[in-house]
Ligand binder design. Sequence first.
Ligand code: NAD
Length: 497
Amino acid sequence: MNLINHYIDGEFVSTKPSRTSPVFNPATGSQTAEVAMATSDDVDRAVAAASRAYESWRDAPLTRRQNIMFAFRELVAKNKGEIAKAMTAEHGKTIDDALGEVQRGLEVIEFACNIAHLLKGDYSEQVSTGVDTYSIRQSLGVVVGITPFNFPTMVPMWMYPIAIACGNTFVLKPSEKDPTVSQMAAELFADAGLPDGVFNVVHGDKESVDALLAHPDVAAISFVGSTPIARYIHETGTANGKRVQALGGAKNHMIVLPDADMDLAADAAVSAGFGSAGERCMAISVVITVGEAADNLLPKIRERITELKIAPGDASGAQMGPLVTKQHLEKVTSYVAAGESSGATLLVDGRDVKVEGHEEGFFLGPVLFDNVTTDMTIYTDEIFGPVLSVVRVDRYEDAIQLINDNRYGNGTAIFTNDGGAARKFQNEIQVGMVGINVPIPVPLSFYSFGGWKDSIFGSHAIYGPEGVHFYTRPKVIISRWPDPIHRGVDLGFPQNV
Ligand code: NAD
């Protein structure tokens, strides 16, 4: 069995781990590898390597950091086909979708290639006679990324290109479900000329995460994953004196007003509901129809669902692959049963889907529920699978209220041709990322990504300008070069004359 081991101080660890976890190909259901589970000793070694590397990396010239990031960008772009294939083999998403993921990661690397500009400080001359003041931003030290299974390439790339370009060193703890692409990133960084110890990977679960959260030499933690773990990471990390940004789960709603372009709205609901088998934090899981919109929209959604091709992610023409693990498939399927027994109308039942030759794969077809109410678990819980719920309301105001009452606030969208309604939505909605006739409004790399409410803990959104702020701290300097005026003892508060 192929063993996926940690990457510390510029090399893959060769010693046998005391504990491993299985890695599966979700399309076949068979185990393809085992991944090492780090102990606190492994974490100590990784953090020690990153601390040593920090001593010189913090002072590496900006131009050198940028050049390495440019080289890394070229290597990731050149290898994107291989990276996509590796993701499909462990996550299950389609190759097309995986290529899109690499592209979104590349955009953050490109942003980090511009770090010299992004780290420019301010300068005010002559704030007092012969006195100047200026500000600089400096790196934090060893920073950690803990990431989820659903975007094994892109989400780590939301973090480490910016962290490293800012002068920090990095320890990545990726999801144990699809670890291979993090190994590839480590190799590409080495090829790009990144010094040993600047980028390290430890694989593992709670044991390694807890060791990172408690480690005295870890300065900051970026986390992306489910809400209960995000809350735990934020509480524990901040209690241990670390800077923490922790992005959590979601339940994204899309409002469809009666005046919307119904074909566009149906395309969007199906693409955003079932893309990546619903395993996206920005997936649409609830469609709120206002008034007569439901009767126009639902037949169009059903028609599109019946045309979807459910197949292994690397099969030609595949639009939706399997779920990530058998346990996750069972969990999502149990929500479908719960929805049915709680009285929602099951319009499309994906439990019947069979993929020929892949009977052991973790496949579930698209599921569509109508007449969902806010007390049902299919509404209250993040299912993270191909389950789309339709909630019908009479008035636009009720649709907005529903979203604002929800505990999550990651993404949302409205479909309408009414500019006034769209403006009201962007103004009143309590959600961090908003689409107007756009179902998955993921910010470009030069903005920042972050939800509201239980979708984020900590005050910084991720990547973009907020990423630069998260991975640096400001320093303000006031300087005076001795001159004839400022001599002599003066115990008074300076009056800047
Ligand atoms: P998860 O919370 O189970 O795992 C995330 C990370 O935390 C993994 O590295 C995992 O090993 C670690 N972890 C799991 N349990 C832990 C524990 N008890 N203690 C310490 N560490 C633990 O999430 P997942 O299932 O891998 O990913 C799906 C979730 O991530 C969904 O909730 C999704 O909405 C969310 N997500 C959010 C965003 C966002 O930007 N807000 C983006 C992608 C995914």
